[in-house]
Design a protein. Structure first.
Length: 118
């Protein structure tokens, strides 16, 4: 049975950031924390415990999978686990981005914020 991505919406903000970060490719937890910190201009600093609780939930919900691929042992810490979006996870993150875009357009129409310059 195919799941409808809309059934997983709305996505929690931290989960959305994790899914967005993984849309660029597989990553391990520490790389995710650094990427999210950088992309949020330092406003979102995930603690390891919170990150891994979110990752566990996203794994349980079928949005992420643990990657079977590993870098060469001499190039990386063998204890690191790498994560990737599942096809369903990719659909969910895209659906959430569209949902948020709709909300931003509504805020622009209400003149709460100006439209973004091209």
């Amino acid at each position: 049975m195919k799941r409808d991505p809309a059934s997983a919406l709305p996505v929690k903000p931290v989960d959305f950031l994790i899914l967005l970060a993984l849309s660029a490719g597989e990553a391990h937890g520490y790389a995710l924390m650094r990427d999210i910190l950088e992309r949020s201009a330092g406003t979102v600093r995930l603690e390891a415990g919170n990150l891994y609780r979110s990752i566990r939930r996203l794994l349980d919900e079928g949005l992420l999978a643990e990657s079977g691929r590993r870098p060469a042992p001499d190039a990386d810490d063998e204890r690191r686990r790498y994560y990737a979006l599942t096809p369903f996870g990719r659909k969910v993150v895209a659906a959430e981005a569209l949902r948020l875009r709709t909300l931003v357009r509504f805020a622009e129409a209400q003149r709460l914020i100006g439209p973004e310059a091209s």
